[in-house]
Design a protein around this ligand. Structure first.
Ligand SMILES: *Cc1c(COP(=O)(O)O)cnc(C)c1O
Length: 227
């Protein structure tokens, strides 16, 4: 069941890449395993998946103990400052940096273990009151303020598009994200590369890939519905 869904998602990603004239290797599938047991992660691991996304620090810590060490754990949920130290070693990429104070804390903890931690800046692209993230018009200045935090490496941007039944509605938001990423890259800010664009979930990852996503975060489409 899981393997079959994975093959379908892979096929759709490959088709979207082909349509958009992109190479399959340009897009990383992140299997969002939040609330799902380690046994299901193992099943996808056996299919070759190595990137998994979680939205709770504790879940990353617990699952990591039970699973192979070459899994890349992506922190995709809102991160509280007092939890940063628990994942500073284990997170391959933190997608959800949405405040200066959080960035500062990641930098402090990263320095302690002498690690350069890759992060993405979360953008509230549709300016939804219910969502975290930096307003798109503030992103450039926000990133410039963080440039001296030298145990961080800003690798790109992340967005959660609005929930919709029709992924076409999110196409303009994905286009805006891509443009923002290009604009910031053009500034050549120290310590900043814009090579990662994390956007697209089960309902809209195909559209996101067509508009330039380099990471898509798929949960339900792989693991089935969450409780
Ligand atoms: C849960 C979650 C996803 C995956 O959502 P699905 O619709 O189940 O694919 C992606 N990104 C973030 C930030 C999430 O919290």
């Amino acid at each position: 069941m899981l393997e079959e869904r994975y093959r379908q998602v892979e096929e759709r990603i490959a088709e979207a890449c082909a349509r958009a004239g992109r190479k399959r290797e340009e897009v990383t599938l992140i299997a969002v395993s939040k609330t799902k047991p380690a046994a299901m992660i193992s099943e996808l691991y056996a299919c070759g998946v190595r990137n998994f996304g979680e939205n709770k620090v504790q879940e990353i810590c617990e699952k990591k103990e039970q699973l192979p060490s070459d899994i890349q754990w992506h922190m995709i949920g809102h991160l509280q400052r007092n939890k940063v130290r628990h994942i500073i070693r284990d997170a391959a990429l933190i997608h959800s940096v949405d405040s200066y104070r959080l960035a500062e804390e990641i930098n402090i903890q990263a320095k302690k273990i002498r690690r350069i931690v890759p992060i993405l800046i979360e953008i509230n692209i549709a300016k939804e009151a219910s969502k975290f993230g930096i307003a798109p018009e503030d992103a450039k200045q926000f990133i410039e303020e963080m440039m001296h935090l030298d145990n961080l490496k800003i690798r790109g941007l992340m967005a959660i598009a609005p929930y919709t039944e029709d992924s076409e509605e999110n196409r303009p938001y994905f286009q805006k994200m891509k443009q923002l990423s290009v604009d910031i890259a053009r500034e050549n800010i120290d310590n900043v590369s814009m090579d990662i664009l994390s956007m697209g979930m089960t309902g809209d990852y195909i559209t996101a890939i067509e508009e330039g996503a380099t990471m898509v975060r798929v949960g339900t489409g792989l693991f089935g519905a969450r409780k």
